[in-house]
Ligand binder design. Sequence first.
Ligand SMILES: Nc1ncnc2c1ncn2[C@@H]1O[C@H](COP(=O)(O)OP(=O)(O)OP(=O)(O)O)[C@@H](O)[C@H]1O
Length: 624
Amino acid sequence: MTPETRRQTLIRLTRDRLEIARLTGRAGSPMIVAAVLVNLVVGLLPPAFVVASSILLGKVPAAVVAGLGSPEWDDLVIAFLLAAAAFVGQQIVAPVQELFGKLVARRIDGLVSDELMAIATSTDGIGPLEDPGLVEHLRVAARELENWLFSPGEACAGLVALVGRYTQLAGYAVVVGVLLSWPAAAAMTAAVVLQRYGQRGGLRMFAEERFLLDPQELRNDYLREVASAAGSAKEMRVFGLHHFFVDFWRQSYLEWLVPVWKARRRIYLWRFLGITSFSLVITAAVLAFTGRVATDVTAGLTLTGFAMVMQAALGALRLGEYYPESDLQTALGMHAYQKVKSFREGVAGYAGQTAGEVAPPTPATGMIQFDRVSFHYPGDKRMIFQELDLTIPIGQCTALVGVNGAGKTTLVKLLARLYEPTSGTIWLDGVDIRSYGLDEWRARLGVTFQEFARFEVAAADNVGFGAVEHLDDRAGIRSAIEAVNLHELLDNLPRGIQTPLARHLEDGADLSGGQWQRVALARALFGLRHGASILVLDEPTASLDVRAEAGFFREFAQLTEGATTLLISHRFSTVRQADRIVVLDGGRVAESGSHDELMAQEGEYARLFRLQADRFTGQTARTA
Ligand SMILES: Nc1ncnc2c1ncn2[C@@H]1O[C@H](COP(=O)(O)OP(=O)(O)OP(=O)(O)O)[C@@H](O)[C@H]1O
């Protein structure tokens, strides 16, 4: 190592330590003071035991000579009691140290978890949560914070625990300094610090190599989950994938483990031999030096002094070893915190949604207009829209069709301002929707996403989340549930509409895909009841049965009368009933008009419609 790299390493080490110390401060002064005091006691008791037990040893010859009941014997008993107290004290205080360590760790981990949650939910758009790099930061941080093994809190507790270790070292050094020589005490302390530096250096290098394997570790997590999760269990069994996935997981795990083993061997083998040889030499030197002084009558070292120095020196040398309560935690624990910071910086790097103060008009009268809107996802140069011009008339139903990947869901994301167009503008009645307050604008939208959320809360709340500030509108929730024909099913669940929609919760129940879809539709309807006027339905009938699909448009048309509806569907029987149909292709509007107009045009819509209708009639003919 060159002097320059050594200097940089030292700077980095100090910076890392300071960072942990700063974070430790978040546990609050009373907690930190208490934890430090406990560790001071933990550090002082072993040297106290060394002193007391050496005094005890020194008093044995005189007490034996003087006999039971003599003042010498009484002195021996007092020394014994002191040594015993120091010994028992160590046993008592060890769990207290552990307890305070855990308290500090959990409090800090709680705060860092809150911070992570706040960052993840702070973004107006969803770009950061769909950015693979940032998602990796988020997942690594969340995993470490959940595991409590090498978390930031554990790093802080590990740092506080060093107070105990170094107090102990200082205690031994004082004993050696007072009884033997201060240069010897200084040399012994320096030797311990050097050993620790070597140990820590190895740990730091190992930690850095391990962090590089984060993506592989996340992959292992994924494979373990997929092999054991209920969601993938059907395919795993039907396609006989379990052996494949178990092998895949084992292989993936080895791809992580083998480099970890190699790094460990490469970093620690020679380092271990070096540190061990160094400590053997130092121990031999200390023993030789103490032995020489002990046999030197002019030095005046008594039996008590000799025992004290020997015990203190050996006790100190043991402190050059690995600290299980501190070392791995401080070396690895801050990684999760660095990930929280990287995630925060990454999120801040995303341009936030510009939002004005203007309230959207009630009611809007004209149209929503996509005006030369171009868009590509961040970090992906492929254009999803190229100067898209599209109008969605207010108060009417517009259907959007297009092949898979044409950009239909992306268009909804832009409308909901989950992303901003790369260029171009979306207008409502001639006003750029960016001038509206973001929350006010979103409150105007009732959206059923293609991959809608399935909240593990009561069925009623799942619906009420469509307008969360009106969660207590029980009548409105009931009416939305009835509108999607879910009331009979939900009323028969253990807690009626208050039944949690997750089987692992008490009295919980799960729903089928189509039933869940109705819950999502009811949520959008509840939004409509409370001020939403633009209804966006992305594949709303994908999971509905034929009867429900047939009734869907008729019933929804009544329920959503006056609302502006944007309907995305691959089912042409649903689509054809819209007032206006828009065909998206290649990032642009390829065709638009009513069903009859588009059929008359004999374009892509007519082709797709006939394709689907023919397939249906063909099937009917075969069935007949
Ligand atoms: N977060 C993302 N980052 C990068 N690309 C994305 C992201 N989400 C979607 N895409 C890409 O954008 C394109 C349009 O996707 P989108 O989901 O909007 O299509 P769609 O028309 O709704 O498709 P489908 O009919 O299959 O639902 C696809 O090629 C998809 O891979």
